[in-house]
Design a protein around this ligand. Sequence first.
Ligand code: SAJ
Length: 423
Amino acid sequence: AVIGVVGLGYVGLPLAVEKAKAGYHVIGFDVLAHRVDMVNEGVNYIGDVVDSDLKQMIQTGQMRATTDYSLISEVDAVAICVPTPLDLYQQPDTTYVEASGSEIAKYLHPDMLIVLESTTYPGTTEEVLQPILEASGLKVGQDFYLAYSPERVDPGNKEFNTKNTPKVVGGVTKTCTKVAASMYRSVLEGEVHEVSSPQIAEMEKILENTFRNINIGLANEMAILCNKMGIDIWEVIDAAKTKPYGFMAFYPGPGLGGHCIPIDPFYLTWKAREYNYHTRLIEVAGEINNEMPSFVVDRAMKILNRYGTALKGAKVAVLGVAYKKDIEDMRESPVLEIVSLLDQYGATIIPVDPHVQSFKAGDKEYETVDLSTEVLETSNLVLLTTDHSAFDYQLIADHAKAIFDTRNAFKGITSIKADYEKL
Ligand code: SAJ
């Protein structure tokens, strides 16, 4: 059978490789020609999330990519893995889903399966995608099958990947659910959990990520309070972790990054308004998480003041700009806001990140530099914002003047010469 994957990004590319490895012929679709070219050269531009087998899948002809959506007519099933961002007004932007749906509708044929994988508000599959597909004249559940199945890619996770992570599938009709579930069972190793509608599957994904967002917000609020009370929040969390049931550790940090956790809950907030409901918990957690960058800069200012050094003119080494450890993704990274704030205060920023070459923060471009004793010794303050494994924490501890650690990254380091403080 031939499977199509629309959208060759963080979700689509690994999924396409897994489907090809399972023996399907895979056609990857993307509107970005340079991405299509890179896939057809076996070049993986998504980092560790994509299995190294991409090149082999291309060489054996098992997988190929194209910008020509008319090839949808050749596929038996298609997974839509396009972005579902929030627009400028914090409203869900489903234009990519709609555009993909319109393209697919042009080439929709009997018995075809379409699965939406993009994280979105409950109702999208049936209210937005289904009408676009049925405009073809084909009827869902009879002529073609439509389901929703959320992606659960966790960048940097060495244990769980596209293949072994359990998958939830909800079809518009029972037949749709069955057809979709059997397609996933033929590709994935993990459990395929069938639910009674796309809305259940859409909502469970939002619950997963909202759960993380709110609990990170709790950890951040506790960190702010513990700082005022002179209590080590990290020791508190490690102690709470000894409870073997009913507690799950989340940690404070410099803010909430990534293209999912900070964004997905606001899909629910937006939809809830339709029912005149105000998702207060989500909004308050969002306020707390969004406050962390300025909290970090405020703490940095206080440390520098101990040396009579104003932020203005201070040299601040910012260690780690990716949104979380050991990945190169910068999307929504809270460090971008921290860098922009430091710049506004007139600090000189020395960005260090082995996974990121250059980035834009505020309206300025930055090039990262390598970590060196020179960088450490000439900086007034070292801000540890992303706890990459590649950093030599002992070197930093020995050569930095002052360190503000937002990730408890030095927990393994016993001797720290620098003036050390953590979140
Ligand atoms: N963070 C904290 N404290 C924590 C955990 C995370 O500050 O205790 C921060 C991270 O530094 C990062 C942000 O939150 O900036 C999000 O990190 P994350 O690990 O929750 O998530 P993502 O966005 O890389 O991927 C998550 C997946 N991760 C986990 O569940 C661990 C998974 O929830 C989803 O598959 C994915 O979002 C998605 O695509 O929805």
